[in-house]
Design a protein. Sequence first.
Length: 155
Amino acid sequence: MQDIVSRPYTSDDLAACLAIFDSNVPTYFAPEERADFCRFLESIASEGWPYLVLTTKGSIIGCGGLAVEPERKRASLAWGMVDKASHGQGLGTNLTLARLELARAMPDIAELTLDTSQHTHGFYEKFGFTVSKVTPDGIAPGLDRWDMTLRLTKA
């Protein structure tokens, strides 16, 4: 895919990000997670957390960001996803690399965490994340929760 632009999320992007979420249900997200995602998006401005959208030709095709816990010297990859119609084109890699870059630029963040499912843990292992815990049906029935961690090295 050509001409991919990454930019900060704005409240005008809410509907497009929810549509991306919906395109990934039920394989990657459980339907009941939608309300949590919506609350997360609505809290971005007040929390000051970085959240990005990927666009091409004016359409949002991916989104993802960080939930930052400076007191714990940690950030979590938060709600990363690519529209299902655009899977397999390297967009998830681009989005993950952009979020890793954001985390590494934060001077007090030493560790990145994430929780994902059995469908995507292998993707994150390619970036150096290691599994710390697996909870069968931890997200929803048939959707296991995989907790993963990456120690950050600063450039």
